[in-house]
Design a protein around this ligand. Sequence first.
Ligand SMILES: [Zn+2]
Length: 364
Amino acid sequence: MKKMGRAVVYDAPNKPFEIREYPVRDVNPGEVLARITMATICRSDIHSYQGHRPNPCPGILGHEIIGVVEQIGANIDNDMRGDRLTIGDRVTWTEYFHDGASYYRDIHDLPQKSPGLRKYGHDLVAEDPHFLGGFADYCYIMPGTGILKLPDALSDEEATPLNCGVATMISMVEAAQVEMADCVVVQGLGLLGLYGCAIAKARGARQVIGLDGVPARLQMAKSFGADVTLDVTTMDDQQLVERVRSLCSPDGADVAMEVCGLAAVVPTGIHMLRVGGRYVIGGLVNPNDTFELDGNEILRKLITLKGVHNYHPRHLIQALDFVMANRLRFPFKDLVDSRFSLDQLDDAFAQASARNVLRAAIIP
Ligand SMILES: [Zn+2]
């Protein structure tokens, strides 16, 4: 009998999910078949689900995934770090894959922007190999994916956000060049922002300032390395800028990072920076996220402005090592705060969209 697996299918934005079964075939060379043990709902899954950005459908959403290796195709011996990969290993993998020639990978060391790159959770379920998303029993890990073995000590809750939330934030902190003794502003204290506070602090930041409007998140950020948290609902932009600048003597913050998904915060964040300050955009994932900037401010203050989208495979290794090294210092295990089964995906999305839960885990 043919082996089958369940997938929770996303037919169209804002429509209830439906569980359907698809055949699970043997792997081709270069592929690995993983039995999913946990997938978490990322904010960008919610954007897709609500129709704010295009995503192929019918498809399987979910790209923050971990699983156990069930089959290994020819030509695959080791994980990204060079450790031997065997059946039964628990693994994470890059949220994207690309196989073949790549101008951006080979010439500019930007494999994450290779033309033709595909992302897990962004593919059609009807086409072979069907399983390329997180909310299902299985996922095929395709050629051109970076695979990383997970240490036993790490819980599924700590490991699942590694390949999106943590690795993206590692990429942002690298782009922002956060250095020892820097003052770092984090605009938005969702999952990315909380990791951002922790990574900046672990890198030796003197002052980490977290901004958000949700009291529970402001509270939580304190245990993730934020020295000061400011409630953006209690002051206007000018007051906020003055408050942050007063906390970052002598002339403002070294770094500000946008991870709240609101374009309007970018100019405010740039006003907070000192001369030579760095600003990184990480949350404006939807088209037409526009803001107005005074070019003269960028010029006069010698501001560096960068965007981060996806991440380099090395950031996934760094994400794992950062969480392993700091899991007793920061309560990463508390970030994934709820569990749902595949047939509860509608409820999980509703809870996650309403921000009743921070990170919802789906367990097949
Ligand atoms: Zn994500």
